[in-house]
Design a protein. Structure first.
Length: 136
């Protein structure tokens, strides 16, 4: 496990924003499960933006860790961390795109496409972990 050794203004600000986004995620998730359709529409957009922010901040932290000139991560771990960083950035982009209004109205067997999009990062991360575990 790596840690950022220096608390710069950027890392402190990102940590505060991350803490806020993590704190509102359970509330937004509960709204998705128990809300009426009109509230669901707004809550799902906010939830998608919340998860996009969480993934983007985690990707930025991983980007800071993988900066070669800082040498915060062992050379053997560098490629794996870069893959994780790229997956986090792509996940953030996917959550951001899923917040667009079209993805709530489009449905697959009664489920909004927006919600189905949210499963993609989980499947990708689990697949990468399985491939890594089988490679060992």
């Amino acid at each position: 496990m790596s840690v950022l050794p220096v608390e710069t203004g950027t890392t402190v600000l990102l940590n505060i924003v991350l803490l806020f986004l993590v704190s509102i995620e359970p509330y937004l998730f509960s709204l998705l499960n128990y809300a009426e359709l009109t509230v669901f529409a707004y809550a799902s957009v906010l939830y998608a933006l919340d998860l996009a922010g969480l993934m983007a901040i985690l990707a930025l932290f991983t980007k800071m860790l993988t900066a070669e000139e800082r040498k915060l991560v062992a050379a053997s771990e560098l490629s794996r961390q870069r893959i994780v960083r790229n997956i986090l950035f792509l996940s953030s982009l996917l959550f951001l795109v899923s917040a667009l209004p079209h993805f709530l109205s489009w449905r697959v067997q009664g489920t909004p496409v927006r919600v189905l999009f949210w499963y993609v990062p989980l499947v990708v991360l689990w697949s990468v972990r399985l491939v890594k575990m089988r490679g060992k």
